[in-house]
Design a protein around this ligand. Structure first.
Ligand code: SAH
Ligand code: SF4
Length: 389
């Protein structure tokens, strides 16, 4: 809870989900039973056959779950009563409970979700943001998390500050989309795996979730509308190139030389730039698509003229688009975004070098929408209250 008289500007922007959920529901714990959202159609068929039920029941069940968004098995009126009872004994619906919603003027919404072990994750709903892909359209993009915390410890990022706790399960990834849609009343058209965690370090669950999110029997979001972002896990980029979905790939590059990248991203020691670029080329060729380099502009670190020139070289080498993002300040970290004239000069060099580039003036900057920030505030305020008690 936020204490009166001590609120920061960001805390004042919070409002509890109390308006959507009652206090009793909010205090509930998530059931430890596995969620139905963890299973693919073939997985559910297998479970049903083990329970002596025919496979076609799986299609009926998923119609209720993903098309009608029914949240209790008893309402599934075309299922026999014994199956409804068995499903209720074996599965839960939600893998998370919403604890906070943070809204901003441009209607970006940030949801803080509590998992069955009490861990907190976040998912952010961003209305039409053409700069994310460089193509204009009316869309609702959801930014999802894939891990609790992150083990990669990039120096500028809030998600890595508390280290890594665990991978999210398939149901916890899929559940973020269902929660966001139910809470906002919006239909999510695009997904970016740019929340907390390194998606490619949770590879098996990521792939399981992608299948459900994409499938016509599942959430039904087109693979081309999904973007996986990675800090540069070269072997997993090659593995992702082999899956039969045309998902898009974004690389958190942030430095166009080993020297700069190493300074802010420890992962570069394991997978130096040359091996990362090879994997990127492989991905582009295999999927026949252009990848995107994400490049946060950090004052005095990677925003110099020579950084821009180096970025032109690497972007041209793999024919990548570049998406620049002025750094979002993080409480407790000293990095700053460059002034706008410096950002413009940087962009000018990219354009002159013939690189397709955009600059994303972050939506949701005012609500700390960057990676891991809301969770840290919530944990800090919980700790403060605990200390006071
Ligand atoms: N671990 C993956 C997925 C997270 S994506 C990855 O790193 O790609 C989150 C994106 O936000 C990354 O591009 C990350 O570098 C960027 N980011 C992290 N902290 C930021 C900040 N303070 N301001 C702007 N972007 C930030
Ligand atoms: Fe992890 Fe990505 Fe943040 Fe780096 S930028 S610490 S890989 S979430």
């Amino acid at each position: 809870m936020i204490k009166k008289g001590h609120e920061t500007r960001l805390e004042r922007a919070y409002f509890d989900v109390g308006g959507i959920l009652g206090e009793d529901e909010r205090m509930q714990e998530v059931s430890a039973k596995g969620s139905i959202h963890a299973l693919s159609l073939s997985g559910l068929k297998e479970r049903l056959s083990g329970l002596g039920h025919p496979g076609y029941r799986a299609e009926q069940i998923f119609k209720w779950v993903y098309e009608k968004r029914v949240e209790d098995f008893e309402s599934m009126s075309n299922l026999p009563a014994d199956l409804r009872g068995t499903l209720g004994d074996q599965f839960s619906f939600h893998a998370s409970i919403p604890v906070r919603v943070l809204g901003s003027e441009d209607t970006t919404r940030k949801y803080l979700l509590k998992l069955s072990d009490g861990a907190l994750i976040e998912t952010v709903l961003i209305p039409a943001n053409p700069a994310l892909y460089g193509e204009a359209s009316d869309r609702m993009t959801l930014c999802v998390s894939t891990q609790v915390g992150c083990a990669y410890g990039c120096k500028f990022c809030a998600s890595g500050l508390d280290g890594w706790s665990r991978n999210l399960g398939v149901d916890e990834i899929v559940g973020q989309v269902l929660r966001a849609e139910a809470l906002s009343g919006e239909s999510v058209s695009n997904l970016v795996f740019m929340g907390m965690g390194e998606p490619l370090a949770n590879f098996a669950n990521l792939i399981g979730a992608l299948e459900i999110l994409n499938a016509p029997w599942g959430v039904g979001i087109g693979a081309r509308r999904m973007t996986i972002s990675t800090s540069g896990l070269a072997p997993q980029i090659r593995m992702l190139a082999e899956i039969p979905l045309q998902v898009r790939l974004a690389i958190s590059l942030h430095g166009a030389t080993d020297e700069v990248r190493q300074q802010i991203m420890p992962v570069n020691r394991k997978y130096p730039l040359a091996s990362l670029l090879d994997a990127c080329e492989y991905y582009s060729q295999r999927k026949k698509q252009r990848i995107t380099f994400e490049y946060i502009l950090i004052e005095g670190v990677n925003d110099r003229r020579e950084d821009a020139l180096a970025l032109v070289d690497v972007a041209r080498k793999v024919d990548a688009k570049v998406n620049c993002i002025p750094y979002n300040s993080v409480e407790g970290l000293d990095w700053k975004r460059p002034r706008e004239d410096r950002q413009d000069a940087f962009m000018g060099i990219l354009k002159k070098g013939g690189v397709t580039s955009t600059i994303r003036r972050e939506k949701g900057h005012d609500i700390a929408a960057a990676c891991g920030q809301l969770r840290r505030q919530k944990m800090a305020s919980t700790e403060e209250v605990a200390k006071e008690v």
